[in-house]
Design a protein around this ligand. Structure first.
Ligand code: SAH
Ligand code: SF4
Length: 373
């Protein structure tokens, strides 16, 4: 959830709804109905047929869900009233409940959602110069335990269903004054998307499919801590941009920062990156959090250059977002500058990304799922 562009806040163009009140009595606890926003078109038609309805009802429902902003079956006015009432007994439109929105001084908005059983997840809407990027969650919590990340501190609560991933986009877009300006999606919120790859691949289908949300593949980016087998699958099954949270260029440092490195060390991770199918002129983004005295020396930068040699790569340098529960500090500005210079001298695009939304805990690694306060 980072962005260079410090454009002025344009709150009138972001979310303009008042948050709806919590509806604690919704019949979602233990809900076993269909995950409509996570089904494909043919699956939605098949579900309708299973209910004794013609297949075209499935296409109508999908249009209401993804194109026409229905918030309930009652909104689906092209369906007969009796059918709408019947459907309302069988399925839900919004699996997530919007509970709270916080707006940062830089215009970043953090939207908190409540899952049916009560866990909370977050999405972050980031204003860029001429569009918005939405950063979405793939899990409640995270099991990866990276030492620098607040999301990981509480462990994994559960995977999100595909429809819950998609619902973040549907609900945020629906509440924007100019929904067409939301053009970019990044899987950089709570969770490790490739630890929930079935649901994430399914969600990407509905994000990019033209009979659903119709985002351009080029404008969807998935960030991973480096789950190698699922990276291979992603390359096969979904055509999106890849970002890799690298954070170290040697195994000892990466083992210390990111336990996943012990399972998939750098040689395997880099082999998976080299094998990742990159369409013309696309690059893999490597995210590198700069942590004082841990990974920010000039020798680390030179090692990084050697590691990335031959790869179509760009590097996002992210000064650590400090947090009281973390025992790490951000690198000082002169270290950051030297690190960046080593990379640019070696012809890599290396951008220092200032995290947005720090004042509302919406910045990278600050998402805890707790109500902001
Ligand atoms: N699990 C995935 C995606 C979510 S984390 C992944 O790790 O890539 C999203 C980004 O936040 C990652 O790039 C991670 O490196 C970054 N991040 C986590 N904690 C951070 C912190 N304290 N300061 C700055 N960035 C952080
Ligand atoms: Fe999980 Fe990513 Fe945080 Fe690591 S950085 S704990 S993988 S969310």
């Amino acid at each position: 959830m980072t962005g260079m562009n410090m454009s002025k806040p344009r709150l009138d163009e972001g979310i303009h709804h008042l948050d709806p009140p919590l509806q604690e009595s919704r019949p979602l606890e233990g809900w076993s109905g269909p995950d409509l926003k996570g089904l494909t078109g043919p699956e939605t038609e098949a579900w309708c047929e299973g209910q004794g309805l013609p297949a075209y009802r499935g296409r109508q429902i999908r249009r209401w869900l993804f194109k026409k902003g229905a918030t309930s079956f009652h909104d689906m006015t092209s369906l007969p009233k009796a059918l709408r009432e019947e459907l309302a007994q069988l399925a839900v439109v919004d699996r997530l409940q919007r509970s709270e929105t916080r707006i940062s001084q830089d215009g970043t908005e953090k939207i908190l959602f409540r899952l049916p059983e009560g866990h909370r997840i977050e999405s972050v809407l980031i204003p860029e110069r001429d569009h918005f990027t939405l950063c979405i969650s793939s899990q409640a919590g995270c099991a990866m335990g990276c030492r620098f990340c607040v999301t990981g501190l509480g462990g994994l609560k559960r995977n999100l269903a595909a429809g819950e991933i998609v619902d973040q986009v549907v609900q945020v877009r629906r509440s924007m004054a100019r929904p067409e300006r939301l053009t970019n999606i990044v899987f950089m919120g709570m969770g490790e998307p490739l630890a929930n790859d079935d649901a994430v691949v399914r969600a990407i289908h509905n994000l990019t499919c033209d009979d659903a949300l119709n985002f351009s593949h080029r404008r969807v980016t998935l960030s991973t801590s480096g789950l190698v087998p699922a990276m291979e699958r992603l390359g096969r099954d979904a055509n999106v941009n890849l970002a890799v949270s690298l954070n170290a260029a040697d195994d000892d440092t990466r083992d210390f920062l990111m336990p996943i490195n012990r399972r998939y060390p750098l040689n395997r991770l880099m082999a998976a990156c080299r094998a990742f199918p990159l369409p013309n002129r696309r690059m893999i983004t490597f995210e590198y959090i700069l942590i004082r005295d841990i990974n920010d020396r000039e020798t680390d930068a030179r090692r990084l250059v050697r590691l990335l040699r031959g790869l179509r790569a760009k590097i996002n340098l992210i000064p650590l977002n400090p947090h009281p529960s973390l025992e790490l500090s951000p690198s000082p500005p002169d270290r950051i500058q030297t690190f960046q210079e080593v990379l640019t001298r070696n012809h890599y695009t290396a951008i220092v990304r200032k995290s947005k939304g720090q004042d509302i805990s919406a910045a990278c690694g600050q998402l805890s799922g707790e109500p902001p306060g």
